[in-house]
Design a protein around this ligand. Structure first.
Ligand SMILES: Cc1cc2nc3c(=O)[nH]c(=O)nc-3n(C[C@H](O)[C@H](O)[C@H](O)COP(=O)(O)OP(=O)(O)OC[C@H]3O[C@@H](n4cnc5c(N)ncnc54)[C@H](O)[C@@H]3O)c2cc1C
Length: 674
């Protein structure tokens, strides 16, 4: 066996060795994908005790059941809700696997396939020349692929998100009264106090006169032992008489509609909770993780590259509605679940929870449920989503309005756009770039250090040197880093799936292409002022390319199912007919700066007032510079001088943009990871 050390590049690195990693390794081992591979597994936890049990329902001949057969410790044919008549699940069964057996299975695979397990915490993943660089608390490694199952971190909640906790405390008891039906699981028994949340008992007869009685809460607050004990005690005494506690099981599963923050790096494949495998409305994940593992193995076998999990937007929408109800109107939870199981067979409900139902079957299930809370939840979601569409919609409307004015008279356009854009520049244009000194620490109390100013000016000066030595290179650089910066802000704002570098740069180049090529005469005039080469294209061709690019944006937006991207592409399309300054102003102020400002507020957990306050010194500084510039421009009659001044202005903008783009790039990577 080859010794793996820090200098060895491995084929597969597993960050985390819990359930999802084990299921994937089981599937890979079965398909012979671990043969001759260097596999490294890193986890801080040595898994010496049983911290979880995994339950799931499936048919006996399903791959999940067949492949996990040797791990299954209990199986039940029947389930009941609220102690009603037991219902048969056959051909499905409800299965139970103990966490310890999963960990033993992992050790077996490690030994059998000579994999390496090391204790450690993965702290960072980044792209390296040879794949992915994985940094732990003590070492660093390189791997072609990283399967990342570290616990999920969620991006900040939006208005239509809900984040609850499924917390539970369970007693494994032996009792005086033997359980009457050993073959039946009590999935949910709501005949207990709700304490302002949605709470139920979950009862599993474990055989040998042992029963797991678990109090589960779907709520914003974690259930505490002090809250749980009296409820568990009275429930157990009423149902099973005197009892002894053999073991206490506690746990918490996130139930969230918020997106999981993941490293969007090629070669990093999230697993388990990090891949969104936990069904938000139930907390079940085992089955999803197994199916994800199967799909990953299929894609590895096909082309050597593992695929990312895909989600059903329809079922995520249903989950969202339920979680919004549970978080805003927790008292409705009991009624909804009781009605769900009363008016539908458990088999149908489980089929629905497996996300296997058709739209018609979904409708049939929803029609049995209390309508009012769901209609309310639809209203909340729509209102939140409309809210996000208001700004891009207004900017599109404004572009149409300005176009009408421009067609009536260019002078009329100027009367409107000059005060409008001046206001925009001071409201968001300058302020969004005036808090760069806070971005690295996110600390409001941090003062501007001389080191920060030196670095910032140094970078601007470096850029100026490029302008002096190689102006064409400086223009290309300016366009490229602007494209990256604009793309980064937009893609973050639209929350596109798999937001990676290719998407960011493609969108940035596309939008600058629309603006610059759509106004080629004006673009070339500016390039001429800057004494650099003009774009050698007929103006009409430039315009045609620009229109095509805008249409491409529309098609792309449709593909991404992003309304905000669609509105932005439409606005850019309309703005081709407007002058360059108007087109750029609409984009830069109406979209880029507004969104950048809102990301800053979100990432630094600040409100408008505190952020404006922190932006004040640099905003005032910029104000002085702008006033001076316009004063010079307006008061000089020498056209050549004023043209030089215009060129100088663009060079100046490019120089101060450079450190800003770098600061924002770091901010997006550290504070606002996708
Ligand atoms: C108590 C409990 C009971 C559950 N019961 C069920 C159930 O019955 N049925 C069901 O379908 N789902 C259940 N779930 C939900 C889900 O199946 C589990 O959360 C499951 O463990 C998720 O698998 P995972 O691999 O994503 O996470 P885990 O199994 O938690 O594995 C993550 C691993 O990452 C390691 N790790 C943490 N930080 C780092 C780091 N920095 N670097 C490297 N490794 C790190 C951890 O030590 C851990 O081993 C349960 C969850 C909990 C918490």
């Amino acid at each position: 066996m080859e010794i793996i050390n820090q200098f060895t590049k491995v084929d597969y690195l597993f960050a985390g060795s819990g359930a999802s990693a084990t299921l994937l390794l089981m599937c890979m081992a079965k398909e012979g994908l671990l043969k001759d591979k260097k596999v490294l597994i890193i986890d801080p936890d040595t898994k010496q005790y049983n911290d979880k049990t995994y339950c799931f329902w499936s048919e006996q001949n399903e791959q999940l059941t067949l492949q996990c057969k040797h791990l299954i410790s209990h199986a039940w044919d029947q389930v009941c809700v609220n102690k009603n008549e037991p219902e048969s699940l056959l051909p499905k069964k409800y299965f139970h696997i103990s966490g310890m057996d999963v960990y033993k299975e992992l050790r077996r695979i490690i030994d059998q396939h000579h994999l390496i397990w090391i204790q450690g915490s993965v702290t960072n993943l980044s792209l390296s020349e040879n794949g992915i660089k994985v940094v732990t608390d003590t070492d660093s490694w390189e791997s072609s692929f990283v399967f990342d199952s570290r616990p999920p971190k969620y991006v900040p909640l939006k208005k239509d998100d809900a984040h609850l906790l499924q917390s539970f405390i369970g007693y494994v008891i032996s009792s005086d009264t033997p359980i009457s039906n050993l073959n039946c699981v009590d999935l949910m028994d709501f005949n207990i106090e709700q304490l302002g949340s949605t709470q139920f008992m979950y009862v599993l007869p474990l055989g040998d006169e042992k029963i797991l009685v678990e109090l589960t809460r779907f709520g914003v607050d974690l259930i505490t032992q002090n809250e749980a004990h009296p409820i568990l005690d009275s429930y157990i005494r009423q149902r099973f008489g005197n009892y002894q506690i053999e073991h206490i099981e506690k746990g918490c599963i996130p139930m969230s509609t918020a997106a999981v923050s993941v490293e969007a790096l090629p070669g990093v494949i999230p697993l388990g909770g990090r891949a969104g495998a936990i069904k938000p409305s139930t907390g079940y994940a085992f089955k999803n993780m197994f199916h994800h593992a199967e799909r990953l193995v299929e894609s590895l076998k096909r082309n050597g590259t593992p695929a990312i999990i895909s989600e059903s937007s329809r079922f995520r929408f249903y989950d969202r509605l339920l979680l919004m109800i549970l978080s805003r109107q927790p008292s409705q939870g009991k009624l909804i679940f009781e009605t769900l199981f009363k008016k539908n067979t458990t088999k149908n409900v489980l089929h629905f929870l497996d996300e296997k139902t058709t739209l018609l079957e979904d409708a049939q299930i929803f029609l049995t449920l209390p309508m009012k809370p769901f209609l309310k939840a639809v209203g909340w979601v729509l209102r939140a989503r409309m809210h996000r569409l208001i700004t891009p919609f207004l900017v599109l409307l404004l572009s149409l309005l300005l176009l009408v004015m421009y067609k009536i008279s260019p002078l009329l356009l100027n009367y409107i756009q000059i005060p409008l854009f001046t206001l925009g520049i001071f409201m968001v244009g300058i302020p969004h770039g005036a808090v760069d000194h806070l971005l690295e620490t996110g600390n409001f109390k941090k003062r501007v250090t001389p080191r920060f100013v030196m670095n910032y000016l140094g970078l601007a000066f470096l850029n100026l040197l490029v302008w002096l030595i190689f102006p064409i290179g400086a223009v290309v650089l300016f366009v490229l880093y602007s494209a990256w910066h604009f793309g980064q802000t937009d893609i973050k704002e639209w929350e596109l799936k798999k937001a990676n570098r290719i998407k960011i740069s493609s969108w940035g180049i596309l939008l600058l292409g629309i603006i610059l090529l759509g106004h080629l005469a004006e673009t070339n005039r500016i390039l001429d002022h800057m004494k650099v080469i003009e774009i050698p294209l007929p103006y009409s061709l430039g315009k045609q390319i620009s229109v095509l690019l805008a249409l491409l944006g529309i098609v792309w937006a449709r593909h991404e199912k992003s309304w905000r991207m669609l509105l932005s592409s439409l606005m850019l399309l309309v703005s081709i007919e407007l002058p360059l300054i108007t087109s750029f102003g609409l984009y830069f102020l109406g979209q880029h700066s507004i969104n950048g400002w809102s990301h800053l507020k979100q990432g630094m957990k600040a409100n408008n007032i505190s952020l404006y306050y922190m932006a004040l010194p640099f905003t005032l500084g910029a104000l002085v510079l702008f006033v001076a510039f316009f004063f010079l421009l307006v008061n000089t009659n020498l056209s050549e001088f004023s043209e030089n001044l215009l060129a100088l202005f663009f060079v100046f903008i490019s120089c101060i943009s450079f450190p800003h783009v770098l600061a924002m790039n770091r901010f997006y990577h550290s504070k606002l990871k996708q």
